[in-house]
Design a protein around this ligand. Structure first.
Ligand code: PMP
Length: 347
């Protein structure tokens, strides 16, 4: 979370200016929350340049519930959904879809341990597919699509949980975009779904209401009690991004931060980036050291220096530096200095 956002939330926690109550206790049907919700939606529209034929929904259940809601709503009887399987989260999305209908793996880089993204010529789409599902940033492997793949007229659905609002996004190339808020947009507890209006017609009336995009859209994300405080904080983060110059500005900062780390990784042969260069993520920088012992030592010594959370995901090992929007450039500088010093002592 950006520090100015946390500071504002702290100032306003007990009593919202002009309201005299905490955002933690106001009714979700109150005018104050209606305004917070409307402003957050409007600001997201401005920030991401969302065309008027898309709805912005605030849902719950994390990105993981979207693995289920996407096929439940969009994978109509007899149709096939195409999945680009580029990591664990993408695999999970495909597995959930298989419980609902027919899934075709249009491309996967599993044989290469997900160290890169599929090339255009490796993607075999199903003509007339219900949709094509992709994962824009593969959080565990540190790979990220520079631009979405060309899927022609097929509806493109993107899980952007770990790189939403880290760079400009061409919403019009997508039919549906979803992201859990907790990496770049706010706290855990709210999921943003951006859905093109024509897709809402696919939500069958027989769907359970809480699982229907159409129901949530008709009710303006207020079918049930939304996560009020999470939406308030998300609104503050979006305003922080707008005030900082929007997605172009944050992208410049993110590119600068990532390139410093990749430059350090590539400087000698001591560190080894795990993602192939053309697939490298700006959010999750993954690398290995010459041995697992050295990796353990690296994590331990970094922690002593105040740098937490560098251990790679348990499924892959190695080191992962997650440098989301709010992570300061000074933190990257501290890490690169530490890396250089660690190499000097152990290289
Ligand atoms: N997709 C991606 C790309 C993720 O990184 C994550 C979580 N790290 C998820 C989905 C799952 O998100 P959630 O925990 O919000 O269900």
């Amino acid at each position: 979370m950006p520090l100015p956002v946390l500071e504002q939330a702290e100032r306003e926690l007990v009593s919202l200016p002009g309201v005299g109550m905490s955002m933690l206790e106001v009714s979700h049907r109150s005018k104050i929350f209606e305004d917070v919700l409307a402003r957050a939606q409007a600001d997201i529209r401005t920030l991401a340049g969302i065309p008027s034929n898309y709805k912005v929904l605030f849902l719950q259940g994390g990105a993981s519930l979207q693995f289920t809601m996407v096929p439940m709503n969009l994978l109509t009887a007899g149709a096939t959904a195409d999945y680009l399987v580029t990591g664990v989260w993408a695999s999970k999305a495909a597995d959930e879809a298989r419980k609902i209908g027919k899934v075709h793996v249009a491309a996967t880089t599993k044989a290469e341990h997900f160290t890169r993204l599929p090339r255009a010529e490796e993607i075999a789409l199903t003509p007339g597919a219900a949709y094509v599902h992709m994962t824009s940033n593969n959080t565990i492997y540190g790979t990220e699509w520079k631009t979405p793949p060309d899927v022609g007229d097929l509806p493109l659905v993107s899980d952007t949980s770990s790189d939403m609002f880290s760079r400009p996004i061409d919403v019009s190339r997508h039919a549906l975009i979803y992201a859990g808020a907790q990496k770049n947009m706010g706290p855990a507890g709210v999921t943003v779904v951006i859905i093109r209006d024509d897709l809402l017609a696919r939500s069958a009336p027989s769907l359970p209401s809480m699982l229907s995009y159409a129901v949530h859209a008709e009710n303006g994300s207020m079918y049930n009690t939304p996560p009020v405080f999470a939406i308030y904080l998300l609104g503050l983060v979006v305003r922080w991004l707008l005030n900082g110059g929007g997605l172009e500005s944050i992208a410049v900062a993110n590119e600068r931060k990532a390139s410093k780390l990749y430059a350090e990784i590539d400087r000698t042969g001591f560190y080894r980036g795990t993602a192939q260069k053309d697939s490298r993520s700006l959010m999750n920088i993954t690398f290995r050291l010459p041995s697992e012992e050295l990796e353990k030592q690296f994590v331990k010594e970094a922690e002593k220096d105040g740098m937490d959370g560098l251990k790679g995901h348990r499924s892959v090992g190695g080191i992962r530096a997650s440098i989301y929007n709010a992570f300061p450039e000074e933190g990257v500088d501290a890490l690169t200095s530490f890396m250089r010093e660690f190499e000097r002592r152990n290289g």
